[in-house]
Design a protein around this ligand. Structure first.
Ligand code: EPS
Length: 401
């Protein structure tokens, strides 16, 4: 079983995370972790904070001479912005001598859509900074760091993961399922929104510009694809073992994600079965098991009955617009109980491309967990051998027919 926890505030000293369950013997590519962190920081529509940070994860444990030992892997990502926030965010009871940055007033006017008000009620905090600092999507940097390790783990059996932005507000790809894994992987990291269609990307940029000029924000959707996924991950036998449910939970837990679709997604509810289900034909199939049957379509997004079927995994997540608006919505000042515009904090206009990178990380973590379940062991060598044996056994069963 693979599990992880994160800790850290948006403007605190650092984010930390512990990833447990990675087998011994995985040679880690540290630059790949940094590259994923870098990708998460980019994307048209991000705010000024991203000019301050240049995220890098310090590996504190669980790795020796570049190779995992099977022990918990602890990572720390320092917040560069901390130096501007020490007077507001210090941990000590008294302000430490030499603390830097501004001393900011308490946050008292909750932003509609943010955790502010619900957290104020639940945790008995008068200063809603104690809620928003942890609710912030800054936390996702930690997820991306551990996700980068999970990605390297699943790559040992050939699984590759990539994502693309499908829509920003009303600007949308017409047929996202027509975009292949190879096309998604070929999108340059230099593109502003990581969209497969440059013309649609221009429409998306215009939507973000319009929102920024109006002091507003914009949401959208992204799709995560996993290629070379072996059939047989997850299970149909129990609700909490179904891989589609586990993926949905993982993606839904990303800040501001309000919906998740697998394959065709919500559209399955409005078309007949004959146009939803993927027929089974003779011929070479997808997936690392190379099944001798193929599916002419992949509306199921690589999952049937909560089990991977060897086709590409395709999961879409839908993100609401960020809840910090420069033209704030109406709210209430809680100390005085008077109506007053919501708090305005520096923020992003649109963070869908960043969320897509976080989505890749969460999919990698869920897949790594499922891979360990199916082929699991304490060493990578054994895991790879178990996967190969399953693939050969499956091929032999078909060949004997
Ligand atoms: C965020 C608000 C912004 C974002 C932040 C998430 O930060 P700040 O208030 O410091 O300008 O930039 O995202 C990150 C720092 C990050 O690394 O993704 C929020 O309120 O959720």
């Amino acid at each position: 079983m693979l599990r992880f926890l994160t800790a850290g505030e948006s403007h605190g000293k650092a984010l930390v995370t512990i990833l447990e369950g990675v087998p011994a013997g995985l040679a880690l590519d540290f630059d790949a972790i940094t590259a994923d962190l870098r990708r998460r920081q980019t994307g048209y529509g991000r705010g000024r904070r991203m000019l301050i940070e240049s995220d890098r994860a310090d590996v504190l444990s669980g790795v020796r001479h570049g190779v995992t030992t099977g022990s918990p892997i602890a990572l720390m990502i320092p917040n560069k912005d901390w130096e501007n926030w020490q007077k507001t965010m210090h941990v000590e009871p008294e302000m430490p001598a030499g603390a830097t940055g501004a001393e900011r007033p308490p946050v008292t006017r909750p932003r509609p859509g943010h955790a502010d008000l619900a957290g104020f009620v639940k945790y008995g905090q008068d200063d809603m900074r104690n809620i928003l600092e942890r609710a912030s999507a800054r936390e996702t940097a930690a997820r991306v760091a551990v996700g980068a390790i999970a990605r390297q783990l699943v790559r040992t059996i050939g699984i590759e993961i990539a994502s693309h932005v499908v829509s920003i507000g009303p600007a949308s790809l017409r047929d996202p399922l027509a975009v292949t894994f190879a096309q998604v992987r070929a999108i340059s990291t230099e593109t502003p929104l990581h969209c497969a269609d440059p013309a649609v990307e221009q429409q998306m940029i215009a939507e973000i510009d319009r929102a920024r000029e109006a002091g507003d924000t914009m949401g959208g959707s992204f799709e995560v694809l996993a290629h070379n996924v072996p059939p047989g991950l997850g299970s149909h036998v129990q609700w909490d073992r179904k891989l589609d449910g586990r993926l949905a939970q993982a993606l839904m837990s990303i800040q501001a994600i309000k919906g998740v679709g697998i394959g065709l997604g919500p559209a399955v509810a409005s078309v007949p079965g004959s146009r939803v289900h993927d027929e089974i034909l003779l011929g070479a199939g997808g997936g690392s098991a190379s099944l001798p049957v193929r599916r002419p379509t992949n509306n199921a997004g690589g999952l049937e009955g909560g089990i991977t079927n060897g086709e590409d995994l395709r999961v879409t997540a839908y993100m609401k617009p960020i809840s910090t608006l420069m033209q704030p919505l109406r709210s209430v000042d809680l100390p005085t109980m008077t109506e007053s515009p919501a708090t305005v904090e520096r923020s992003d206009v649109c963070a869908v491309p960043a969320a897509a990178v976080v989505g890749e990380a969460m999919v990698a973590l869920v897949l790594a967990d499922a891979v360990l379940e199916k082929f699991g062991s304490d060493t990578i060598e054994e895991l790879v051998a178990n996967h190969r044996a399953f693939r050969d056994r499956t091929a032999a069963r078909f060949a004997s027919r």
